[in-house]
Design a protein. Sequence first.
Length: 179
Amino acid sequence: MPGVGHESVTVRRLGVEDAAQYRMFRLEALRTAPTAFTSHYEEESAKPLSVTIERLAAAGRPDDAVIGAFDAGRLVGIAGLSVPRRQQERHKATLFGMAVAPHAAGRGIGKALVQRILRIAAATDGLAQVGLTVSEGNLPAERLYRSCGFEVWGREPRAVIIGGQAIAKLHMVRMLDSA
């Protein structure tokens, strides 16, 4: 994907061969920006690498995806798409785990990741919408999602408690059948 940030950045699906790099990147994001995520650094770092390998293998979950943005072979951004297994929920997916390395911020990598996730979702039979949550007050992330067509549909007070601080989550949705 040439042109992102005036350099060549490649966005692709991650496979099990990327597990160690993905896990390290994700743990660093959880450690440095704990209020941006629902997952907790200590809990996630205690899990073995095999849990990450299972996530990337997506065994039995052919519509799920985890993608990464690479700059000169170095992982600089991640995002995921999860599609429910239950038939009556298969019209909606969730964008999860979106993160861009601080040194790579402001180069359009986040937007490229979200747009790739939306393309994967649009190509998945039966999907009509993609949802996500964003921590209230995370204005750069909220602006990014709005620029990609997401709209806030609700606010969950005290969605997570981090270090004794209650943080609300904004629920956002992007309809795939409306441009």
